[in-house]
Design a protein around this ligand. Sequence first.
Ligand SMILES: [Zn+2]
Length: 238
Amino acid sequence: MAISFGRSHPYRAAILTPMTAPTLPGPLKLLLIVPHPDDEAYGAAGTLMEYVEAGHTVGLVTLTRGEAGRSLGLADGTQALAELRTAELAACLEVIGVQVHEHHSFPDKYLIDQPFEPLVEVARSAMLRHRPETVLTFPPNGSNGHPDHVTTHRAVKAAWDSLPEAERPALWYYAGPTPPEQPELQASYLPPNVERDVSGFIARKLTAIACHRTQALSTVDFIRRFADRMVNETFHEV
Ligand SMILES: [Zn+2]
């Protein structure tokens, strides 16, 4: 069962921060900090499953409710899409076994227009409270250049930089094995230096990804371009 905050709040373009410190099962093995429901699934679900199966606690911070994404006609309007994607994410996390989840309501697609410091504080607070061994987020180019991915990278990196060196977790970025074709993305591309074979978890990983029904086009696009990353999850460790 995932621990979640803020789901009962009405959707607002504001920060939802837990009012009280939760009772936690212990320091996290891995903490993902990403902007969208589904950003946890494609590149890291197998790694999360493997850690959970080994008895570790893992966590996820999702910054938006994904209301600006595609609905494929499954939801009518941004409010309905936010609710549907929140439910899809909960189902996905149940399959993966993620124990700690914080869900914020920053505006999807417009993170870049938000005051930067509250975003940094969300990442910093999560690192301080959960004491993860490793934090995973997007690389400087956002993997695909999505402005929310790039802004999330900047916020997480700024939070990580602000911690005293001895208290910093390991920092991983999503890293595909082939450089992107677009020159502007290629310039800040970071190759993987961590590769994890998660083929033993492939059936459950596909089940987890498939929970994000509204994002079916992202799923097929990812598989078409990066089929190998379904079974080999690759990261850049800073
Ligand atoms: Zn995303």
